[in-house]
Design a protein around this ligand. Structure first.
Ligand code: GDP
Ligand code: MG
Length: 305
């Protein structure tokens, strides 16, 4: 087995095989992952662009088009695609792989699909750790694609330096239903599938909605794209760069605090063995006056270091 130092060296040099291995280690809590995480040299300056939006909006197609554009700029790009684990979505996952497959073997693009494991809404429970591994792997830019379901939009904002929300000009009323929370988190709005009828009206509605929501504030960037024809992609990148230049993400500390809380919880739970707990419970339960809550209080005191 490689030592952590060897892994870290290879990671820093951007070796794709090592990046993949390190992500697998971290994702599955394999032996050595804790040492790896605590030794990571994380480059906070590598921008992370979060792309979110409803299923089918064209996020993967946009990522694909962005990759083409970024390769022209000779950037080294890391892509994390967070896919739902639902077997019903297997087709979509394979679709994503196929759609992005042109790039799988290009030396400057690393693509990794990550399964969602529930705990953090639509994001993987280990997404912060995985992103940190990527930030230690010599990329110029990292893109995280997540399906926008409920909480995950909010989480992506804490994770990413800027958040791109992808919408499609379908069902004109739907724009009115955009949750205000979602509207507020997006730094860049993309109206994809602008080749579809209704794009102009949709765009107009979006502008007026954004203005209504925050009449005095600086309006977010809005870009029209046709991902499948690579239209509007340069404009989208420019909008991202523009926001990145002035970005200060004050939601980051919320997400990090959540994560830190969970890590502390895990750390504190380490001395507790479930089988010991079960034996102790079985013993205590024989008592006529058994009370679960006093039992727990007493148990905590007993195992306290
Ligand atoms: N007409 C049109 N179709 C698009 C466009 N972008 C994506 N699509 C199609 O929309 C479908 C869903 O795209 P995909 O990138 O998988 O969406 P995701 O679920 O958001 O990642 C695919 O069939 C794409 O070919 C676009 O700009 N115009
Ligand atoms: Mg996708």
């Amino acid at each position: 087995m490689d030592t952590t130092a060897t892994l870290l060296g290879a990671l820093k040099s951007g070796d794709f095989k090592t990046i993949g291995r390190c992500i697998t280690m971290v994702e599955n809590d394999l032996p050595g992952s804790e040492t790896l995480l605590t030794s990571l040299e994380i480059d906070k300056n590598v921008p992370v662009i979060g792309i979110t939006g409803p299923p089918g909006a064209g996020k993967s197609s946009l990522v694909n088009a962005l990759i083409e554009e970024l390769l022209k700029e000779e950037k080294r790009i890391g892509i994390l695609a967070v896919d739902p684990t639902s077997p019903f979505n297997l087709g979509a996952i394979l679709g994503d792989r196929v759609r992005m497959s042109d790039h799988f073997n290009k030396p400057n693009v690393f693509i990794r699909s990550i399964a969602t494991r529930g705990s953090l809404g639509g994001l993987s429970a280990k997404i912060i750790e995985i992103t940190d591994v990527m930030r230690a792997a010599n990329f110029d830019l990292i893109i995280v694609e997540t399906v926008g379901v409920g909480q995950s939009e909010i989480e992506i904002v804490g994770l990413a330096d800027i958040t791109v929300l992808v919408l499609v000009p379908e069902g004109g009323d739907e724009i009115q239903q955009l949750k205000s929370g979602v509207m507020e988190i997006a730094d860049v709005f993309v109206i994809n599938k602008a080749d579809r009828p209704g794009a102009e009206i949709y765009l107009k509605n979006l502008y007026s909605l954004l203005h209504q929501a925050a009449p005095d504030k600086k309006q977010p960037e809005v870009v029209k794209t046709v991902a499948t024809k690579s239209e509007g992609i340069k404009e989208l990148l420019l909008a991202c760069y523009k926001v990145l230049a002035l970005s200060h993400n004050n939601l980051k500390s919320f997400l990090l605090a959540e994560k830190a809380y969970k890590l502390i919880q895990n750390e504190r739970m380490k001395p507790i063995s479930k089988s010991d707990l079960k034996s102790a419970l079985e013993q205590a339960y024989t008592d006529e006056n058994f009370n679960l809550y006093t039992f727990v209080k007493a148990y905590i005191l007993k195992i306290k270091p």
